[in-house]
Design a protein around this ligand. Structure first.
Ligand code: APR
Ligand code: ZN
Ligand code: ZN
Length: 361
């Protein structure tokens, strides 16, 4: 059997997205069919539409999603129909070298659904990040579904599937922020703000938000920054040092993805401190640093891949903390919108007006 559902499709490079009827097959072995309840609008979706990821148009956009499992295929043990789940980009194999070494976020054999969803005329769709969730239903590998407490709102749960997890994970998994630490976060969009929320959750004593936009700094403060620095007006390295007794922060999280902000992060950390790069650079970007500074300042230069998260460990934990009132995730949902508002949401995202617009289905 197949299902006809409404979905947001990017048909060609740079062209506005369109609302289309797509065909979703019933789940085959190892697959799950999910009724999508909410899906956040992320920069990566826009990036797909602009042809910045690859040329496999048409794309079925959307990947920060939560919903209910409608049906599962043969051999599926991870989830069952009716489960409230958050989708993740990459079902891991559990058997490759990376998985066996306890670093499944670097799994060599991640997989998605084998069957293809199509347009009404049979054209195969490429689902964004192997998900494609701006759709009433989508088909994924069962391992892409993580069951969480169904009392959480779908809007909030969906956001954990991508940007918010990346930011929280950059702080708690990669940066290993600890109680009493000082943290600086450079770039306070959705990812940076999530790093602030994660640092607060981890018990950081000082959380310094750095951005070039005062509106972003105001939001960062609401989410948990103890200090803010506008790096257009003030040298952020000096400011962070001043706020940390002249030393620099224990952990600096770069959430922009540019050489100049990485350099600021490098020098804004304390000796033997940690720099976490979670912003994604382009292939052309290069960085030059005095090797003596790399040597002399010690510490760790790390990058954070999807928040170095383990969905099965981190999604349910973060939802539980949220439900207990210890992690405010509602603050990340700026607005809820309908499926046919995605193009407008891209516009607002582009102007920096929102943390996240979330499509409710
Ligand atoms: N210095 C400080 N902040 C900056 C600078 C700069 N030179 N340039 C941009 N910013 C700020 C913007 O004002 C904005 O608040 O960085 C923030 C970026 O936020 P978003 O554009 O909303 O992006 P976000 O979704 O948070 O993702 C940030 O992480 O996962 C990656 O691909 C993602 O590279 C992107 C980064
Ligand atoms: Zn995303
Ligand atoms: Zn693996």
């Amino acid at each position: 059997m197949t299902h006809q559902v409404r979905a947001v499709v990017a048909r060609g490079k740079g062209a506005p997205v369109s609302l289309e009827t797509i065909i979703v097959p019933d789940p085959g072995p190892g697959e799950a069919l999910v009724n999508i309840e909410a899906c956040g609008v992320c920069h990566t979706d826009l990036h797909y539409r602009e042809g910045g990821i690859n040329d496999d148009f048409p794309f079925l956009l959307g990947h920060e999603a939560a919903g209910r499992v409608a049906a599962v295929g043969e051999g599926v043990t991870e989830v069952a129909p009716g489960d409230f789940v958050i989708l993740n980009w990459r079902a891991v194999c559990g058997q490759c070298r990376a998985c066996l070494r306890g670093r499944p976020w670097y799994c060599f054999n991640t997989h998605n659904a084998k069957q293809k969803m199509t347009l009404a005329d049979g054209t195969e769709l490429s689902p964004a990040l192997g998900i494609g969730a701006f759709a009433e239903k989508t088909l994924v590998a069962a391992g892409q579904c993580t069951k969480v407490d169904e009392r959480a709102s779908a809007a909030v749960a969906g956001l954990l599937g991508c940007g918010v997890m990346a930011g929280i994970g950059a702080a708690i998994n990669t940066g290993e922020v600890g109680r009493g630490d000082s943290v600086a976060v450079i770039g306070c969009g959705g990812v940076g703000d999530a790093a602030i929320a994660g640092s607060r959750l981890a018990g950081a004593a000082k959380i310094i938000a750095v951005d070039i936009d005062d509106r972003k700094l105001a939001t960062a403060k609401r989410i948990g920054a103890t200090h803010t620095v506008n790096s257009r007006e003030t040298d952020p390295v000096e400011a962070v040092r001043e706020l940390t007794g002249g030393f620099g922060a224990d952990v600096v999280i770069e959430a922009v993805g540019r050489p100049e902000t990485y350099e600021q992060a490098f020098y804004a950390r304390d000796l033997a401190g940690t720099v976490v790069l979670v912003g994604v650079p382009t292939p052309q970007m290069k960085l030059e640093l005095p090797l003596l500074d790399v040597f002399g300042r010690g510490g760790a230069l790390k990058s954070s891949w999807y928040g170095d998260c383990l969905p099965s460990r981190d999604f349910p934990m973060l939802i539980d903390l949220h439900l207990q009132g210890r992690l405010d995730l509602d603050a990340f949902v700026t607005e809820t919108i309908a499926l046919d508002d995605v193009e407008k949401a891209f516009e607002r995202m582009h102007h920096g007006d929102v943390l996240r617009s979330v499509v409710i289905l």
